[in-house]
Design a protein around this ligand. Sequence first.
Ligand code: ZN
Ligand code: ZN
Ligand code: FE
Length: 762
Amino acid sequence: MNNDLIGKRITIGGIVQGVGFRPFVYSLAINNQVNGWVRNTSAGVEIEVTGDPQKISDFIHEIRSNPPILSRIDQINIIDSDVIDYTKFEILVSQPEEGQFLPVSPDVSICPDCLRELFDPNDRRFRYPFINCTNCGPRFTIIRNIPYDRPNTTMSKFSMCEQCKKEYEDPLDRRFHAQPIACPQCGPQVWFEAQGKTLAKGEEAIQITRKWLAEGRIIAIKGLGGFHLTCDASHEHPVTELRRRKRRSDKPFAVMVFNENIARKHCILSNQEIQAITSKEKPIILCQRSSDSNIVEEVVPNLNTLGVMLPYTPLHYLLLEPAPGYPEVLIMTSGNLSEEPIAYSNSQAVETLSRLADGFLFHDREIHTRVDDSIIQVQEGHFYSIRRSRGYAPNPIVLSNPVPELLATGAGLKNTFCLTRENYAFVSHHIGDLENLETLSAFETSIHQYEQLFRIHPESIACDLHPEYLSTRYAENRSRDENLPLLRIQHHHAHLASCLAENHWSSDEPVIGICFDGTGFGTDGAIWGSEFLLGGFSGFDRKYHLKYIPLPGGDKATYHPSHIALAHLWAEGIEWANDLPPINQYSHSNLEILRQQLAQNINCPLTSSMGRFFDAAASLIGIRHSVNYEAQAAIELEALADPNENGTYEFSLEEGVINPNLLWKSIIEDIRAHISTPVISARFHNSITQMVITICDRIRSETGYHTTALSGGVWQNQYLLQQTVQKLEENGFTILQHSQIPTNDGGISLGQAMILAHSINK
Ligand code: ZN
Ligand code: ZN
Ligand code: FE
């Protein structure tokens, strides 16, 4: 035996299974002439090698510097081991260990190699809608349990043909251990149904789907994480028909196009947006619509933005493939009825979508976990996640310190939950608005799935302070049934903590949290939403907020910005004059009823909501008096703002309260002076930025703290966000903002988990 040889044992944690890690290690070992073995364990990948010191060092260097594209190394541990007389390098069978766990890869869009084969007439998988390999294909949506092996996925019912088996077992094949490996002979199939009858199978089913889409019909298509409702986006009839059937009046629809070049025809895309839209996650990108686009107005009423994505499965490529006379842009909206969760099983789709779709394109690869498409916005080189779901979940947020096993149940709207273990915070995919039984049951099922998949047994639970959120009720029930401690966390405190957590903030220094959103239950029982909180994970002081106004009808007022505008004017003693746009929405007697309701404080909870403040402004300026989707008035107000206008309106500050009296009076003066709505809208936005700077300045001079954290759904307003960030920077503040975790209530669960972890570790 050669005395110059050394032995090393290397253990690697992170996303290292189902991503081609072992064949990668195998090839490296062969190239570097080191012998030994590699195997999957329940905690990651384990390698043992014996060889020349320089060659082992090169081998380890390459593992670190050039791992497979889909992998993510979170930890790597190297220890000396015995020098063993291995004669070769081999891949050993998996070694499960009780209680161990590791992250699971999200689903990955089709890779360039598979795409080439998909359209190669000489390939045996030519036009096969389920082609995939070690670098691409379904992962999270098909996994039932770990370790990630075929019997633990919904592919278990398909037995591999000889050829697939050969590829699967060959370490040098690009499908080595690709668990969803399939081909037309042995894998899943598509078929087309209308009115309960199967009209076609395989390629013919794809052709009939395309024909029906070209004819203007609406088709329900089973994809990767659920069903989409699909139709031609360039003709008015199918789009308005889809709106009517889906009972969705104005909320924008997302679209899919075949490739980047077609996307550029319909949208104005920056280089970073191109990078995001073509990334392996293939999210929906919210971008500027091009004026040359033939996408009909009804796809995105009253907006200049468009949500667009590229195909992410082979099936989508076959459906979008350009052909003369074939629609270039297809609507791809969640297959659900209004706010219910997306349909994901064939039987459930028939049940819920039969009245919405003219036909169904089904397949028989079961979806174990449903996930919606993710949504991202890119501004000034910064990526903002708006909905974190397919392609991202269940990737954990890696924490700087280990935390106990915890569950945080999130907010009521745009719900996600969060489970923690060791250095990981598993923020769930987007669950939806917990306002109906279907979504609640999806929430409960998903919590169970994550707990099982990542072997988490929560020792404590966090929930929102709101007593009526269904996520709070669930937390209360589990806390009682399993005798677990429950911590109720104020909504905006959770927003602040979420922003700190994703920025890996570990200092004890308090931060100025600027938490602007629509609704969050306050510690005084009022509805908060324009909160300047000074604090961190361990607690907060509420420093400033908008003056409370009575919200006539409570949450229902959200649908009527005109109610909110009148309540604001009433609270300031400003006359409901006939020349103001919201007044014209009411008959004389209805105005009287509203006045009585406010004066006698009938069902008028108090609120400091910033979201409602935007609604009031939108109505006062005459942009919109009633809405049919969340934040519609504010979104349209932002869309109108004139970027060249620098004017502002004044707020006054008194003992922690922001008084908008002067602002409302100035807006009314501008309306009467016939100043254009884009100018008034810009001035309104500028005023909020100015107010933020003034208040942060005050807090800084009182306390010396200069780090700010922006969180809450209002920060999805890019006009407001970009200029506020710029002004804060100019004024010497440090700024923490969201990126991979949504600034909206989708981020609440992470904040709750971190506050709970902090309270336990103390
Ligand atoms: Zn592939
Ligand atoms: Zn096969
Ligand atoms: Fe919120």
